[in-house]
Design a binder for this molecule. Structure first.
Ligand SMILES: Nc1nc2c(ncn2[C@@H]2O[C@H](COP(=O)(O)OP(=O)(O)OP(=O)(O)O)[C@@H](O)[C@H]2O)c(=O)[nH]1
Length: 383
């Protein structure tokens, strides 16, 4: 047994100690059979107190505790990660008990749409509509662009001002750092925290309609795309992707001079549905139009959303989809993390470019280059 600061490492037969991040934030043992065990250590009594206070705060729906709990899950500090894990375990147990007791499942809704489609206005007014009916709603923003430009587009603006003052609403801007994997992981965990705090309707909002936005589709029950009535060529090109991923397309700004264009858009999208494979065996995607400004169509839209939730619960599809999603995410995180460790490994880093060039120029097959790199990484592996 070998001791490392903060972490206890278990050595199985042939294992290699790897630094998970350049900051040395986490240390992993990698076994011969590629089994990865993240070393852990018990929480001390102060840390346990922190976790208990946050958990009790969540149960009493304390918004400050909810915000702190989410911040904890976003931390990459090893001690904080340990606390986050302990808190998440309690939170998950609580959610599971609620589900088993009265089959009460939260409703996770992904909302995407190009900039300017009216997402903030929509969430502000839909949110108010729901909170006045006594619902508790959470809005979590995910800004995939923040992972490449280091800043959050959505965090910069003051959005949903009225809703943010509403005691029945909780709004959280996007985490501003980390790679997409990190951001989506934080969002997954933030959803659990919100649900533990009694926010039974959780909106996950992303800017844009592209590949990274569709990642959000894999963490929600219902994926909704909000589009403006006149989308131009760009939106036209994305139409197929939008239709393939969405349970519901909402044409916003169906008011005043834009009403006619909104109707045309609704018709066009409805027609193209005929040529699409249904996204679910129990639900046929719908195209609706609303005005977030005048609030027209919002109650009808909510009825359809509820119909979806009820159908998915009744048929068991919601539970089944969530199970699949969790499995997929687990492997996504593992893959992302291993790739990061691999690329940053000093034995690999300097050789990557050379191997890529060898492969590109035909001096080596892709398989051979991969084998060489993997041998540097796990010298005794049976490749
Ligand atoms: N006429 C009309 N205008 C709307 C409606 N909803 C939003 N808008 C306007 O559209 C513009 C963009 O609205 P936002 O809510 O900021 O849009 P967004 O999608 O959140 O934009 P980003 O934050 O840039 O992604 C604003 O000027 C809104 O007033 C609507 O239903 N009807």
């Amino acid at each position: 047994m070998m001791r490392l600061p903060f972490l206890e490492t278990r050595f199985l037969n042939r294992q290699y100690v790897l630094r998970g991040r350049s900051s040395g934030a986490s240390i992993y043992t990698l076994s011969k059979s590629f089994q990865i065990v993240q070393a852990t250590q018990e929480l001390d009594s102060r840390e346990e107190n922190v976790v208990d206070t946050l958990y009790n705060g969540l149960l009493s729906s304390n918004r400050a505790c909810l915000a702190q709990s989410i911040t904890l899950t976003e931390s990459t500090h090893p001690r904080k990660r340990l606390q986050a894990r302990s808190l998440l375990k309690k939170a998950l147990q609580h959610c599971k008990q609620c589900q088993e007791k009265d089959n009460s499942y939260s409703f996770r809704i992904g909302l995407s749409g190009p900039p300017g489609a009216g997402k903030s206005t929509f969430l502000e007014n839909m949110g108010k509509f729901l909170t006045t009916r006594g619902e508790k709603i959470a809005v979590l923003a995910v800004d995939p662009s923040s992972t490449t430009n280091g800043g959050s587009l959505m965090g910069d603006k003051t959005r949903m001002q009225e809703l943010s003052r509403d005691m029945n609403a909780f709004i959280r801007p996007s985490p501003t750092s980390g790679h997409l994997g990190g951001v989506t992981r934080s969002t997954n965990e933030a959803i659990i925290m919100c649900e533990t705090a009694g926010y039974k309707t959780v909106f996950i909002e992303t800017v844009g309609v592209g590949q990274s936005e569709y990642a959000v589709a894999d963490m929600v029950d219902m994926f909704v795309v909000l589009i403006p009535p006149a989308g131009g060529d760009e939106l036209q090109g994305l139409k197929r992707g939008i239709m393939e991923h969405s349970h519901l397309v909402v044409v916003n700004k169906a008011d005043g001079d834009l009403m006619e264009a909104a109707m045309r858009m609704q018709y066009e999208y409805t027609s193209s549905l005929k040529f699409m494979r249904p996204i679910s065996p129990n639900w046929r995607p719908k195209v609706m139009k609303v005005s977030s400004l005048t609030k027209e169509g919002l109650p009808e839209l909510w009825s359809v959303m509820q119909e979806f939730h009820e159908t998915m619960l009744r048929t068991g599809e919601l539970v089944e989809t969530r199970r699949k999603q969790q499995r997929v995410w687990m492997w996504n995180y593992i893959t992302q993390h291993i790739m990061q460790v691999f690329r940053e490994d000093p034995r690999i880093k300097d050789n990557i470019c050379r191997m890529e060039s060898n492969v590109e120029q035909g001096y080596m097959t892709a398989g051979e280059a991969a084998e060489i790199l993997l041998h540097h990484f796990v010298p005794n592996s049976m490749l």
